[in-house]
Write a protein that binds this ligand. Structure first.
Ligand code: ACO
Ligand code: LMR
Length: 262
């Protein structure tokens, strides 16, 4: 008789059963031929549809501007330590990737999620939003930076905000809400600015991306930087990194005798 087998997985993203991959039905080569770029493929795979020209220009800038932020940040530093330990590229890059989380780079999703909640549930009530966040969440994702502040603004954020607001027709309720939050938080403390994660998250919500896709933008973009750092260290034949004692505060017990075991 006929045997019916339940599929193991269901996919809506891509299909390789023809001559070439089709991304949500579109042949990859035809996308290239017709002038689409990587930003269009991202939107197609992550948001199920091709973006408008204006939207893809915003996505492109988000990726470009967050591709790297120097060697000192958690992600790049993780990859550099890996590279210097002689680790291969995929593993060294994933060491850096592991650092992407709630404090570093991985606040995009929750920034988008909570700013969107703010737009819906706390319109014109930033203090109410901040009180709710303090009680239920903790630090506001997308707000705050270790070195950037009102006195030392983050040019990436300024550029993205200005580009989206002045050079596109995107409707920006989430970004506007995030900027209002920043006004209140920076009045409390100079470094509680809207950061790159928060700016990306708010703009991506305004672009209609699914909330759970948002951290993907930082992950994707920063992979470019981490690969760059791995190549750079390899080309320089860098030595193993070992922290110097002066970089460590040894808050340990004084040297003492081990007592006899009872
Ligand atoms: N919301 C509310 N209060 C905050 C926030 C925030 N997002 N961030 C810091 N604070 C407060 C702290 O409670 C603390 O207050 P206190 O002095 O009264 O105790 C003060 O500001 C200093 O906080 P620290 O944690 O010492 O600041 P630090 O410079 O170490 O933190 C960080 C920077 C991790 C980015 C922090 O601001 C944060 O957690 N932000 C939210 C997560 C986030 O958006 N991360 C992405 C950063 S951008 C990027 O990685 C690409
Ligand atoms: C980054 O883009 O990596 C950051 O904004 C984090 C940092 O501390 O610079």
């Amino acid at each position: 008789g006929e045997v019916i087998v339940e599929p193991l997985i269901r996919t809506t993203v891509s299909d390789d059963r023809g001559e070439e991959p089709r991304y949500r039905g579109y042949a990859a080569s035809e996308l290239c031929e017709k002038g689409y770029g990587i930003e269009d493929v991202i939107a197609l795979m992550w948001n199920k549809k091709l973006p408008t020209k204006e939207e893809s220009e915003i996505i492109k800038r988000i990726i470009m501007i967050s591709a790297d932020h120097g060697p000192a940040v958690s992600g790049a530093f993780g990859s550099i330590i890996g590279a210097c330990a002689g680790i291969d590229m995929p593993q060294a890059v994933s060491a850096g990737m592991t650092m992407i989380g709630p404090r570093f780079g991985g606040a995009v999703t929750n920034a988008g999620k909570y700013f969107q909640k703010g737009v819906r549930e706390f319109p014109n009530d930033i203090p109410g939003f901040l009180a709710w966040m303090k009680k239920n969440v903790g630090p506001v994702p997308g707000i705050g930076h270790r070195v950037k502040s009102l006195k030392n603004p983050d040019k990436r954020v300024k550029y993205l905000v200005s580009y989206v607001k002045n050079e596109t027709s995107l409707h920006t309720p989430c970004l506007d809400f995030a900027l209002e939050v920043e006004k209140v938080t920076t009045a409390k403390k100079d470094n509680l600015i809207l950061n790159v994660d928060g700016t990306m998250g708010a703009i991506l919500v305004d672009l209609g991306f699914p909330i759970h896709s948002l951290n993907g933008f930082f992950v994707l973009a920063r992979t470019i930087g981490m690969i760059g750092h791995w190549i750079d260290q390899n080309e320089q034949n860098s030595r193993l990194i070992r922290l110097y004692d002066y970089l460590i505060n040894y808050a340990v017990e004084d040297e003492r005798d081990v007592p006899e075991k009872k």
